[in-house]
Ligand binder design. Structure first.
Ligand code: MSP
Length: 500
């Protein structure tokens, strides 16, 4: 048995959750479920980033104290995850004592080891991005809310670890994925790496974790937040637990937080003498037209709004099947309707309706006997047996879209098989032969449902329940002849669009 430790970014509680947050969280959930299916022991960690300037400002706008503001927003995330059927194993809030004490412990440790020093800082600070930026970055005009700040601060000797980080990235092609992000980071590391300013004077910004060796300062929000990946699995608190889970198998992130994860974080881990995560995977953005989708895009339809009308699983399916991991994806209602209608209504749903309709009509609603398989059935069976070998490597390589489409291809093959064998005709002349075909197609449907379960847990559970096949696995032949099929409403209705 393998262990699989997967994380999402912890989301700022400066606003309600939106599709960008939901996407990464669903992706982590889908990957977790695939790994659980392969009998891996999974630890799926998500949560909230509650400190820092952004959160403080958002709270001020509401006239609230930052903790009260975070307490108000936290349930919005938790409830959305519940609604989206997210099965996380732990949920961190960075204001929790179990996290703050580890952050302080880490600070002290790195300080004692001589990797943190007090220095003078003068530079351009982007309030919106919560970090100091370079002149070149400022000139790019991409940063809002830039201030010139001069103050005494604590610095982490990040530069000391530059060569080691470079060597690690070069020696471990899977460390930063996809490859173009890895190249981007290798390019970035050709420039000399500065040290990282990791404190904020309380006089300017007090919403953070106090630095244990200087009470006039709080910790920089990124230094605090990244540590959640080790504080929750037990670093400095539960040695056994920590040994079991660390290093993480994958940190899933969006491309905009690549530098913090693949430069700040690994150098922090070097300073602590800890192994690095196996993979940092940066996905692209959901775009609407040219812009990144966010809460502030306001009144446009967003995939989460479609949940009420079309169901949670349909939205999960769309988000997973539409985005090629690593690239940006464009959300349009047209692509939603097209994806849902073609894969779910025309392929998967149609297969379900056909087999249950025909078994209902010609076989007394009872799963027929498979009889002696002919070459045509053998071919279907062989294809089903190939699925684990096709899908599992795709999932391991973070090619979730391809994994899903592999299942859909199998469903298409089943529909073609039905078309060619025409059990509705066979029923008139050779009922056992019609039964053999329907057994085979239904068994294929069952196996397809098992493979789609990580993406659509509720809908596929409904399919398995109709087939009386709860608790079965992806192996061939587990559908029981003699099972009476349950009645069911249409599970994958076509989305009808009114013609203009
Ligand atoms: N708090 C930090 C992360 C700390 S992790 C130790 C943060 N939070 S965030 O709430 O601003 O963003 C979290 C994630 O949401 C990022 O990975 C970002 O890429 C993702 N998304 C926000 N909008 C997005 C889209 N429109 N599309 C896809 N993901 C995007 O950064």
């Amino acid at each position: 048995m393998h262990k699989f430790f997967i994380t999402t970014p912890i989301y700022y509680v400066n606003d309600a959750p939106h599709v960008g947050h939901a996407y990464t969280t669903i992706l982590a959930d889908v990957l977790s479920r695939f790994h659980r299916m392969a009998a891996d022991e999974v630890f799926f960690l998500t949560g909230l980033d509650e400190h820092g300037q952004k959160v403080k400002q958002a709270a001020q706008k509401q006239g609230l104290d930052p903790q009260a503001h975070a307490d108000l927003l936290a349930p919005r995330f938790i409830n959305l995850w519940k609604k989206l059927d997210i099965r996380y194993d732990d949920f961190v809030r960075t204001t929790q004592r179990r996290h703050t004490r580890v952050v302080q412990g880490v600070m002290q440790k790195v300080y004692d080891a001589g990797d943190i020093y007090l220095g003078e800082y003068q530079g351009l600070y982007s309030v919106a991005e919560e970090r100091f930026i370079t002149e070149t970055e400022h000139a790019s005009g991409q940063f809002r809310d830039v201030k010139n700040i001069q103050e005494k601060n604590y610095f982490f000797k990040m530069s000391k670890y530059q060569d080691r980080l470079m060597a690690h990235i070069q020696a471990n092609p899977d460390f930063i994925q996809p490859e173009h992000r890895r190249n981007e980071m290798l390019g970035f590391l050709k420039q000399p790496l500065g040290d990282l300013c990791i404190s904020r004077p309380k006089a300017r910004m007090d919403w953070g974790i106090e630095i244990p060796f200087d009470h006039a300062y709080v910790t920089y929000v990124w230094f605090d937040a990244l540590i959640n990946y080790i504080s929750i699995p037990g670093y400095l608190s539960d040695e056994q637990k920590f040994k079991k889970w660390w290093p993480a198998d994958v940190h899933l992130i969006g491309k905009d937080i690549l530098t913090t994860h693949s430069v700040y974080w690994p150098t922090m881990l070097f300073a602590l003498g800890l192994p690095l995560p196996k993979t940092i995977f940066a996905h692209g953005w959901w775009l609407m037209g040219e812009s990144k989708m966010s809460k502030s895009l306001g009144n446009v339809v967003n995939p989460l709004d479609l949940m009420e009308q079309y169901g949670v699983d349909t939205v999960r399916y769309y988000l997973m099947r539409e985005m090629v991991l690593g690239q940006d994806a464009n959300f349009t209602i047209e692509s939603f309707i097209k994806g849902v209608n073609s894969d779910l209504a025309n392929d998967f749903g149609n297969l379900l309706n056909r087999v249950s309709g025909l078994i209902g009509k010609n076989h007394a609603k009872t799963v027929p006997d498979p009889g002696q398989l002919t070459a045509a059935e053998e071919q279907v069976k062989q294809q089903a047996l190939l699925l684990p070998g096709l899908i599992q490597p795709l999932v391991s390589a973070y090619k979730v879209q391809e994994a899903i489409l592999t299942v859909i291809d199998f469903v298409k093959l089943l529909n073609k098989y039905l078309e060619a064998q025409a059990p509705w005709k066979l029923a008139k002349t050779d009922l056992p032969a019609a039964g053999r075909v329907l057994y085979t197609a239904t068994e294929g449907l069952r196996i397809a449902a098992i493979w789609l379960a990580p993406v659509m847990p509720a809908k596929t559970a409904a399919v398995l329940s109709i087939l009386g096949a709860e608790g079965t696995t992806a192996g061939w032949g587990q559908l029981k002849p003699g099972t009476v099929l349950k009645e069911h409403p249409p599970l994958f209705p076509r989305i009808e669009v009114a013609k203009e």
